[in-house]
Design a binder for this molecule. Structure first.
Ligand SMILES: Cc1cc2nc3c(=O)[nH]c(=O)nc-3n(C[C@H](O)[C@H](O)[C@H](O)COP(=O)(O)OP(=O)(O)OC[C@H]3O[C@@H](n4cnc5c(N)ncnc54)[C@H](O)[C@@H]3O)c2cc1C
Length: 447
């Protein structure tokens, strides 16, 4: 009961509850005793009266002081599954191994703390993790692609790039990635949601696939290349990866090893500024671009497969992806043959001009049901998530680009307009607030 009272976040409610609880602890047994022994004694009733007031006061003061400190508070209930396939919400995973892959990328091998089974995943999917970082006022939620693959998963691997302070700014370094590199070690426990995401490769297809990445965008590509090599090795895969030099090229040996066992995996590494020691470790000096695909990949594909009809998977920095998407479109590759995942906010496609849904309404009202706030939104307020944060409402979120689905919330009135089509699956009665703005004059959200 005392622990339940400590969980009450409102100090007034906590003080009243605690006062009533302690007062009843004193008053009820004392009244019963007096009633049984001498129920006509007036001074005994006076004693009960003063004792109940005193105990209520002590209880209220104690209740006031016993609230959980900020660092102890977990902002959302942690639904811990006992393991197995019923896993839907946060589940504790222990870091089983931590392996440095390059100067900037480190892998974390995760196993469920409860010792239960974990579901297989489709190559290209990601995990959402939650970190309790001491100097952060709220748990930090981020998404990371699964970078390994096996027929039957017994662990998950995430490979995380340390995000340094951006050059020429005083902006802070990346919160979660630096915490993972510096403070999460073998034996540490983090919270994890089940695999999700729609940037996935159909392993059974026979069409060639071109996996194109730079930097840490290589993570889902390894999973895809491994899955195809294990389950459908006849399928031709071109693995194109760009790095500045060998020191920043993670997983080279691992991908080379897959290619040794699978001759249908064709590797093209491009180093933009190779070191002398990188000689022999890369195929091209420069960047991965559409000319490389036209001049190197397409003739090979024609040779091996008899056609250049392929599926393209892109993951990397926003400028890299923008230029490849534009280049592939200009070369005549249909948009539905190009799947991409952005780890950072990408510019909207040229064919999708940003819309201003507010033009039709004089004023727009958003009701944040759980927070008890009704606020007036205007176009300068940005997305619903940005607007909420500006008004001290902090919904769960992670990617801010409609990919991870963490910010999905129920909508009971009104409609939203998306700046770009969500990549995450969105339930029928819900919306992704990180990429949407109000479309109707009134919205009622379950936040
Ligand atoms: C589907 C998906 C899969 C992903 N998979 C991977 C993966 O496999 N591996 C991986 O490493 N990452 C992956 N990411 C990216 C990852 O989720 C995080 O976004 C990344 O690790 C950065 O998080 P952070 O907390 O370290 O940085 P944040 O604290 O979120 O900061 C992000 C960047 O902004 C900069 N910054 C912070 N504040 C400011 C400011 N005020 N002004 C200017 N700049 C600022 C930081 O220095 C940093 O470079 C994935 C993302 C998505 C959406």
């Amino acid at each position: 009961m005392l622990e339940d009272i400590r969980q009450i976040s409102n100090p007034l409610v906590r003080a009243i509850t605690s006062g009533l609880f302690l007062s009843s602890l004193v008053t009820i047994p004392a009244s019963a005793a007096i009633f049984l022994v001498n129920f006509k004694n007036e001074s005994a009733y006076k004693f009960i009266f003063y004792a109940s007031i005193a105990s209520a006061t002590v209880g209220a003061v104690g209740g006031l002081a016993s609230g959980k400190s900020k660092s102890e508070v977990t902002e959302r209930p942690i639904v811990e599954t006992t393991g197995g396939m019923d896993w839907k919400d946060w589940r504790k995973f222990v870091i089983d191994r931590k392996v440095k892959e390059s100067d900037s990328i480190t892998s974390f091998y995760l196993k469920p703390l409860d010792g239960g089974t974990i579901p297989n995943f489709t190559p290209g999917q990601f995990l959402t993790i939650q970190l309790d970082i001491p100097e952060q006022s709220r748990p930090v939620i981020r998404t990371y692609s699964l970078s390994d693959y096996s027929r039957s998963s017994t662990y998950y691997r995430l490979s995380i790039k340390r995000e340094p302070t951006p050059p020429d700014t005083i902006a802070p370094a990346g919160i979660a990635s630096n915490f993972m590199h510096d403070h999460v070690h073998e034996g540490s426990v983090i919270l994890v949601k089940p695999p999700a995401g729609k940037f996935v490769l159909d392993v059974n297809s026979s069409q060639p696939a071109v996996l194109i990445s730079n930097g840490v965008g290589i993570t889902p590509m390894i999973s895809m290349a491994k899955a195809v090599s294990l389950l459908n090795p006849q399928r031709h895969i071109w693995f194109l990866h760009g790095a500045r030099d060998g020191s920043l090229h993670a997983f080279r040996d691992e991908v080379n090893a897959i290619a040794v066992s699978n001759p249908n995996l064709h590797i093209v590494y491009c180093y933009s500024r190779p070191n002398l020691t990188d000689e022999g470790n890369y195929q091209h000096k420069g960047y991965v671009d559409v000319d490389l695909i036209k001049n190197v990949v397409a003739p090979e594909m024609q040779n091996f497969y008899g056609s250049t009809d392929a599926e393209y998977f892109l993951c990397g920095s926003p400028s890299f992806m923008d230029s490849l998407r534009d280049g592939l479109r200009e070369w005549g590759v249909a948009d539905n043959k190009v799947l991409f995942e952005s780890f950072a906010k990408a510019k909207p496609k040229k064919s999708e001009p940003a819309q201003d849904p507010s033009q039709e309404h004089d004023s727009i009202e958003i009701v944040f049901g759980k927070s008890g706030k009704t606020l007036s939104w205007s176009p300068n307020d940005g997305t619903i998530l940005e607007f909420a944060e500006a008004n001290d409402i902090y919904p769960d979120h992670s990617c801010r680009i409609g990919v991870c689905g963490t910010c999905m919330c129920k909508i009971s009135e009104g409609e939203v307009e998306y700046a770009q089509a969500p990549t995450a699956s969105v339930d029928g009665d819900s919306v992704l607030i990180c990429i949407s703005k109000p479309k109707t004059a009134r919205l009622v959200l379950d936040i």
